[in-house]
Structures are given as C-alpha cells and as structure tokens.
Design a protein. Structure first.
Length: 499
C-alpha cells in the first residue's frame, strides 16, 4: 500500500517529521520505521511459536489490537503495514461475547489486549492463538532483534481485517487488500486534501473506520496523524493551536464541539483550514455554524462505506445531496435488481476498485457483491440531475398508507428546534396503514403541540409523525450513531414514555 513507500521516503528525507502524535506518545517517520522492525519481529515470532495456530486468512497470520491507547494501536497498525501481516483493530468496548466471536470466526492468531475477561473467554473456548498485554508486548519489543526493513508489498496481499459500523446489526468482518486501499487512497487524496506535511487531527479510537483511515491517508501522503484516545472538547482548541493543526477529520458531533469552542475563543483556530466529516446526514446547522465562527474553514462531508470506500461528498447543505466521484459507478435498483428511472427511490449499488470482495462467512451470511461485481450495503437513494440523494438504509424507509417515507427526512425537519435534543424517527406496526411514523425524543422535550406544529410546517402530510415518545437516552453504536431498530424496540417494549 502507499503508506510503506511514502513512510520509507519521508523517513529517509525528513526523518524528524512527526508521523504519529498522541497524548501518550509520538513517533517521527524515522522512529516509526525502526519501531516497525522490532514490532514485526515480535509478532512473527508469536505466530511461529504456536503449535496449532488458528486458521489464517489467505495464508497470512492475523494480529489484532484491542487497546484503549490510540497511540499504541496506531503504531502497531502502521508498523505492520510494511510486512507480510494482516492487522485488525477490535474495540475494547465491544461486548465480550462479540469480541470473542470475531476472534474465533476470523482466524485471528495473536491479540494484544489488557482485557482479562477476554483472555479468560478465549481460553474457555479453547482458542489456540496467543493473547498478551501491551506491557508484555512492549517488553518483548525491547529484547527482540529487529526484523529486516519494511518493504512495499504485492497488490493482492490482504493487510487489514475491518468491520462494518454496526449501525443496523452486529459488525461484519471483511478484508482489504493493498490494491483496494491504494485505490481508496487515490480517491481520497484527490478530493479530501491530505498532503505532504499536513497536520491532521482525528480524535477517536482507531477501531472507528474514519479514524483508522485518517491515520492511513496521513502517512500515505507524507503528513502527520494527530490522534486522541477519546474526544475531549476542552483539549480540542489547545491541540489545534499548539500542534498547528490544519485539517480535522471527525464525526459530526465533533464539528458541533468545534463550533462551540470557537465561539468561546476563535484565536486558537487560526491554523485550521479544513474539516472533513464522515456520514451522510450532516445537520445543515453545523455547516452554517462553522461558517459563522470560522469563516476561513471549509467543510467537506463525505459519503462512503468501509466495505466499499469513498463514493462522493457534499460541500453545502445537509450532506444528503452527494456529488459522486468520477471514478465511482453508481446504480439505483429496485428489489428485482432492475435500474429505476432518475428521481425514483431504490437500493444503491456501487462499482469501485476499492471495494472488498466479500464479508467473511464466519461473521455474517450477508452478500456484499453481486455476480456483476457491483456492491451494496443496502443504502437507499435517488439519482437527481447526476447527484446522489440519500434516503438511508433499508430500515430507514417506512411504508405507511401506500406512501414511502424516508425516516431521516422526518428527523431533519426538527433540526435546530429550540429546546429539542436528539430525535429518532421509527416505523411502528399499524393494522390498517401497515405502519405509522413515530418520533422518539431524547431527554427533555417541547410540548406535543409544538412538535406537531413543527412537523406540519416542515413536512408533507404522510411524513408527519402520528405518535410521539420520549426516552432518557437513545440507543447508539459505540461510534455514536443512533440505532433506529433498537429505538423502535424500546417503544415496542413499553420503555418509552408516550407524549
């Protein structure tokens, strides 16, 4: 992948340039290369010492990192990229059962983790791999003779084991080859502006695909990846100022914190030029808020899927109208696989060189690619005048009284409403209409009459919620995305207060 070629070149020409910077450690490019040699020596020895290693993926052993430390996770993933190795990041906050199952199902042979419950669970399942703590791993690094220098690897080698976001189900595992990541970097480098010497701040665990890719593209372009174990609004301004950050890559919630911090003192953000955020539903109020307090800062909201790669981006509005990148093929199809006319709603299919080949069968029976080589993660949308207008996933569409209602559109009608926090629109069964739209509100809510007036003002009649509920907290993924199915289950189970 391009990371190794660039890392070696920068290490030789500008060895003191920061490569990875975090609160608990940092490495220059020269240090990253040297550190990677000892790291791989340890990992290789651990795999070779196993009398009955787990079944590997395409013949290459898999090493997983499941640590709270973003710095150590990043240096291990980046360091192993220059060797014959497959790496994975497993969020230590995942439920124990899921961490255990993905290790067993995918053939992971070495796990670096400080979790005692994970070690016990794997032993109980008679896993034949090796688990060791970060302290043990680092001690072995110090005492190991370094391996040969990292080198640019073959295109078809797999090198990353990744997982889907888990918004609508448990995360599914898939592999990325070096060719697929090279293709993905070619797209992102052309549109999302990483570059030599660019200081990119990406707060959040490396187990999030957005943070992981920010690390990869920073090193692949000869920039510096500034990371954080978790997002801290207080530290945001300080790090941007002290580390001369010019580019931030983060989830939309961080954009709001950036706006709030800049309102308290914009002088700390003078170096910042660009914010890149993932996810299709960017509230328009965030874009306008950023423009008001930091007019020199541009915002790009990209759309993609970890399985497929980058698809397009939006540079105005709420991020639902996507300009498709020129190298990406897009098709909107009905349930029978036939293309629908422009403007009609259907399932989004993508043709992209960066797309993974399949989900690993041990983690799901879902299909990623069709026989024609096109792939889908079951997002829905329309093509309108050459642009992609997103409508959400399959579970984001409700059919009520014969009308198709896109639930994210219902939610957007309430953006910016005073005294209203997060909301989630869900479809509830109805004997006569098939389903009805309900809105689930987090925390303190305005009166029901205010909510109804807002809905009638902003929405077509069939989109207006017929029922209203309140919960203390909406269910979310570990990445912070609201889980619509789980929200509907709270209502069905009587755990939400009806307004």
């Amino acid at each position: 992948m391009p990371i190794t070629r660039t890392v070696l070149a920068v290490a030789e020409q500008h060895g003191d340039q920061p490569a990875i910077v975090a609160t608990d450690g940092q490495l220059t490019y020269a240090q990253l290369v040297e550190n990677s040699r000892q790291m791989f020596a340890v990992v290789d020895a651990l795999h070779r010492a196993q009398p009955m290693p787990p079944a590997s993926t395409r013949g290459i052993p898999i090493t997983a990192v499941s640590l709270a430390s973003t710095f150590h996770t990043a240096r291990i993933i980046a360091g192993l990229a220059g060797f014959r190795a497959v790496s994975a990041t497993i969020d230590p906050k995942w439920p124990l059962e899921h961490r255990t199952e993905v290790i067993l199902a995918t053939g992971i042979g070495v796990v670096i983790s400080d979790s005692t419950d994970l070690a016990a669970a794997l032993a109980a399942r008679e896993w034949t791999g090796t688990i060791l703590t970060l302290t043990d791993f680092m001690q072995q690094e110090v005492s190991s003779a370094p391996a040969a220098a990292p080198a640019v690897r073959d295109d078809e080698e797999p090198f990353l084991l990744l997982f889907s976001s888990g918004t609508t189900s448990n995360p599914k595992a898939f592999l990325k080859t070096r060719h697929q990541y090279r293709a993905n970097f070619a797209v992102s480098s052309a549109h999302l502006e990483p570059g030599p010497g660019t200081a990119t701040l990406a707060p959040g665990p490396v187990s999030y695909s957005l943070t992981l890719y920010a690390l990869i593209e920073s090193l692949a372009s000869g920039g510096s990846a500034h990371l954080a174990d978790a997002f801290d609004p207080v530290e945001l301004g300080r790090r941007i100022h002290d580390e001369k950050i010019t580019r931030v890559v983060a989830v939309p919630a961080v954009v709001q914190a950036l706006v709030d911090a800049a309102r308290r003192g914009a002088d700390r953000f003078t170096t910042l030029e660009l914010v890149v955020t993932g996810g299709a539903n960017l509230p328009a109020i965030l874009r306008t808020g950023l423009q008001e307090v930091l007019p020199q800062v541009r915002l790009i909201s990209y759309y993609g899927a970890a399985e497929i790669g980058f698809i397009g981006d939006s540079r105005d509005g709420d991020g639902t109208r996507i300009s498709i990148y020129e190298s990406i093929g897009v098709s909107i199809r009905d349930d029978d696989g036939n293309e629908v006319p422009d403007g009609e709603l259907g399932t989004l299919w993508i043709c992209a060189a960066a797309c993974s080949d399949e989900y690993l069968p041990g983690t799901t029976d879902a299909m990623l690619k069709g026989a024609d080589g096109w792939a889908t993660v079951h997002d829905h949308g329309r093509l309108v005048d050459g642009a992609l207008v997103l409508a959400g996933r399959a579970g984001d569409i409700a059919v009520t009284g014969g009308h198709k209602v896109t639930l994210p559109d219902v939610e957007r009608a309430f953006e910016g409403m005073p005294r209203l926090g997060a909301v989630c629109a869900v479809a509830l069964p109805h004997e006569r209409l098939g389903s009805v739209v309900a809105l689930v509100i987090e925390g303190v809510a305005p009166g029901k009459g205010e909510l109804q007036n807002r809905a009638r003002e902003k929405l077509a009649p069939q989109f207006v919620p017929r029922r209203w509920y309140r919960v203390e907290r909406l269910p979310r993924t570990l990445g912070g995305k609201i889980r619509r199915t789980a929200a509907a289950e709270l209502v069905a189970g009587g755990e939400a207060e009806r307004l």
